[in-house]
Design a protein around this ligand. Sequence first.
Ligand code: FCB
Length: 462
Amino acid sequence: MPDSSYPQFPPDFVFGTATAAFQVEGSPHADGKGPSIWDVFTHTPGKVRGGQTADAACNTYADPLPDLDLMKALGLNAYRFSVAWSRVLPEGRGQVNPKGLDYYRRLVDALLERGVAPFITLFHWDMPQAVQELCGGFVGRDAAYYFADYAETVVRALGDRVGHWITLNEPFEHAVFGHFLGTHAPGRRNPWACFRAVHHQLLGHGLALDRIRSAAPQAQVGLTLSLTPILPVSPGDARAARIAEQFFCDLYLDGIFKGRYPDPLWRQIRLARPPVKPGDMDIISRPLDFLGVNYYSREFARAAWYVPFLGAWVDEVETGGREKVINGRQYTASGREVHAPGMYTLLMRLKNEYGNPPMYITENGAAFTDTVEDGRVHDDLRVAFLKSYLDEAAHAVADGVNLKGYFIWSLIDNFEWSQGYSQRFGLVHVDHATQVRTIKDSGYWVKELIARNQAAPAAAAF
Ligand code: FCB
């Protein structure tokens, strides 16, 4: 009898966790690594909560194996992690640093030994500082070409043992937080820079796609977008919600799947548009093998005359909402609403409007305040969160969505960008002073989820 407390997925469904290099590795200067914009940003006073840096992070560059053993113990099938561009190419281009590449080779081999499939993200926001200085990072068109060269270098080294490649992680966040709002590296506040960073990231993705395929013809290649349904705050905000949804989601989805940028947004930003050269949209819209979807919560948008070009914005998180229930809605410690049905709405939209590509949830998870008591972490809110979101994903699969797997953000508590270590997203608690790991109740719940799913086909055979 299927147990309804553990959602059921098809037998070959992939269960994984995700991290990103800058958030976990630490060792920013080890073995010839060059600085990234995030090293510079986190060392700039006032940019990160409490002045924290990721110099130590979760120490996984110095000592990756304990976490890989944890993945094996939890029965996880896959691990999504990112390569730090400036470990492989300290100057962002040119001379390869063999020690940097070797670290990822050892990591991949150790994963494979434990039966965990690597899914590698090539760009999770840590632009080499050298490329930033050379051309403004992705604000400059040249960065797209440097990125494609770097992607090929990594895939030539690891492509014989890695099946899944993700070119970019969340180009929206890198463009908008990094270049429009200034809350992420490189800390710019310039709409023109932002839209150039959008286009050049996507161009870099398309260029890299070809180079990855030529280096590893059997590779499955995709990219990861942060996607969310966006609703109007009031009926009068319907147009604002449409603009916001296009700004957050369709700009990327339409570029990739339709080879054009969406109206009315594209018309509305005409004075801030990036230069699009003939042929760019063909490169950007080359077919993907899969789409990576990061979904955390739905958003609400309203008209906002003061936001340049857009005239719309999403509702700011009420600080009072952090980790509380307000008007019947549960909020996480990072102030996001817990809203599992949005997962279903979003996946059905991708099925109906974007051709139902093979998809992975490449990130989903929640931050709550977790404490270790007698060697246990009773994170009931996270267990409830995961169950409700995975239920909606299973519902979408039952309704024909081509979802192949689900990666929880994150394996371990880590460095949450401008929020420092304040946001704990892990299935495994990390004491940041001692680096001691403690599996949370949610980790044990995921272990049971996987066991119940993967035991099912074998049991059915008897
Ligand atoms: C996503 C990022 C990831 C992590 C989670 C919480 O936007 O891709 O690195 O910070 O949010």
